[in-house]
Design a protein around this ligand. Structure first.
Ligand SMILES: [Zn+2]
Length: 280
């Protein structure tokens, strides 16, 4: 670790400098709670420039040191998760028009969205990911939402497992709103800091993924963020998440008989998802 690359941020939601250590047994980075608004965030954290260098490294998706432990190895579980998500979006009348996904990875969600949306567009910072996602969507932009031309507006914008990586969350949600049609909706999904798993597993909670996860939302803080940005009718969206059984047993430290290694497990209360509407 090059200590020149660390920064010591104020609360990313309310900008208070008052904080207390919540999870301090990690080596370099600590998870702190804001004494003013209760939000949890990483302190210190890598500078955004240093973090972008890490994401630009292709081994982020396939390496085992940081990022995802073989993202493509989770393809079946992710596709199963996104099939269920599409059904839940449809039940809440969020399907049917144009879809933009921020941080689309290899494009599994966009591919599963084929039957549910007329236009499907994605963005991702990883060049390798955008190449793999290209065949699964109508268009993929390499980079963040700022790469999407301002005249392109969508009925639904989804950011799943993205906001926990974002350095300036308020600016990020406002940027999303610029790309919504009037009456359009936004879905934001992120690991649930309010989940019993966090209390149960403490420092071993898998969503304490350092140094990439810089923000830790629960239902209350995510709802505040979305409403402050200008979204209305902010409500929870059911978001059950399937994981490969070998991944789950490894995290729990349980030995798995090899004949069970192909199974997926629906894990309750791992992902928090909220959606809100935008009336321009
Ligand atoms: Zn705060």
């Amino acid at each position: 670790m090059n200590y020149m690359e660390l920064e010591y941020p104020s609360c990313p939601l309310c900008h208070s400098e008052n904080r207390r250590y919540a999870y301090s047994r990690f080596e370099t980075y600590k998870v702190v709670g804001c004494c003013s608004c209760g939000f949890y965030y990483l302190y210190p954290r890598l500078t955004e420039t240093a973090m972008f260098k890490l994401y630009a490294d292709d081994s982020y998706f396939e390496g085992d040191h940081a990022g995802y432990t073989s993202y493509s190895g989770q393809e079946v579980a992710l596709r199963t998760t996104f099939q269920r998500l599409m059904i839940n979006l449809k039940k809440n009348k969020l399907t049917g028009g144009s879809l933009l996904e921020i941080g689309c990875g290899y494009g599994y969600l966009l591919d599963e969205a084929r039957k549910f949306f007329t236009v499907r567009v994605g963005t991702d910072f990883s060049e390798r990911a955008t190449k793999l996602a290209a065949s699964k969507a109508d268009f993929i932009y390499c980079g963040g939402i700022e790469q999407v031309p301002i005249q392109e507006k969508f009925d639904l914008i989804i950011a799943t497992h993205v906001i926990e990586h974002v350095y300036q969350p308020q600016a990020f949600v406002k940027e999303i709103l610029k790309h919504l049609k009037p009456g359009g909706s936004v879905v934001i999904a992120t690991p649930d800091m309010g989940s019993f798993w966090r209390y149960l597993m403490a420092h071993k909670w898998p969503s304490f993924k350092l140094p990439e996860h810089v923000l830790y939302f629960d239902k209350r803080s995510l709802s505040v963020l979305m409403k402050q940005a200008g979204l209305a009718n902010v409500k929870p969206l059911p978001y059950p998440h399937a994981f490969p059984l070998p991944l789950v047993t490894a995290k729990l430290g349980v030995k798995l008989p090899s004949r069970l290694s192909k199974f997926n497990l629906w894990m309750p209360a791992t992902t928090l998802a909220l959606y809100g509407k935008f009336y321009a």
